[in-house]
Write a protein of this length. Structure first.
Length: 192
């Protein structure tokens, strides 16, 4: 079963067979899936990180869906690639997420755009993971402190949770900023 996702799918509305053949080659080497857009609702319904559309095939309905997608703001990692020389009127939000290519791009250019977008997606995923890890750590610290009568053994906590004293100090500062009345008493002393 094919599993389309924001990290492995390129949605395509292109009739140029030579371009499609080259794109399939690039996608195969990068282990990416190509989803052929069949109707205008696919623009929003299909999870993808790049949408490639030939300008001559871009109807008002497609443009309306693309505008809606750009205005939602949830698609920071998404990129639209428009191919062709036709002038298209679009909102600023959509323009910010669009790369326009005057003629059918060479496969090297297309590969470069796809790899650039993939790297951006991976970077964003790592950033989100770091934030989630920090949130989890601070919540765990709060629970640990409150269940132990607001007493925290610095050496034990650092060793048990595989974090540095500096990280612990920052996490405690976050808790004190969030809860001004929050008191914590330390057992042991800070070494760094």
């Amino acid at each position: 079963m094919i599993s389309y996702s924001y990290s492995n799918t390129i949605a395509v509305l292109v009739k140029d067979k030579k371009f499609l053949k080259g794109l399939k080659t690039v996608c195969k080497t990068q282990k990416l899936l190509i989803y052929p857009i069949k109707k205008y609702t696919d623009v929003i319904a299909v999870p993808c990180f790049i949408t490639i559309i030939e300008k001559s095939l871009l109807t008002d309905k497609y443009l309306e869906m693309l505008e809606e997608m750009a205005l939602l703001g949830e698609t920071k990692e998404w990129q639209l690639i428009l191919i062709g020389t036709e002038k298209i009127k679009m909102s600023r939000a959509l323009m910010d997420q669009t790369i326009e290519i005057k003629v059918t791009a060479t496969m090297e250019e297309m590969k470069k755009n796809i790899l650039k977008q993939q790297k951006s997606l991976i970077k964003e995923g790592k950033r989100k993971a770091k934030i989630n890890n920090k949130i989890y750590r601070v919540i765990k610290l709060y629970i640990d402190i409150t269940t132990k009568g607001n007493i925290l053994d610095i050496e034990e906590y650092v060793a048990l949770n595989l974090i540095s004293e500096r990280t612990l100090r920052r996490d405690v500062r976050i808790l004190k900023d969030l809860y001004p009345d929050f008191n914590v008493y330390f057992k042991g002393s800070w070494t760094s």
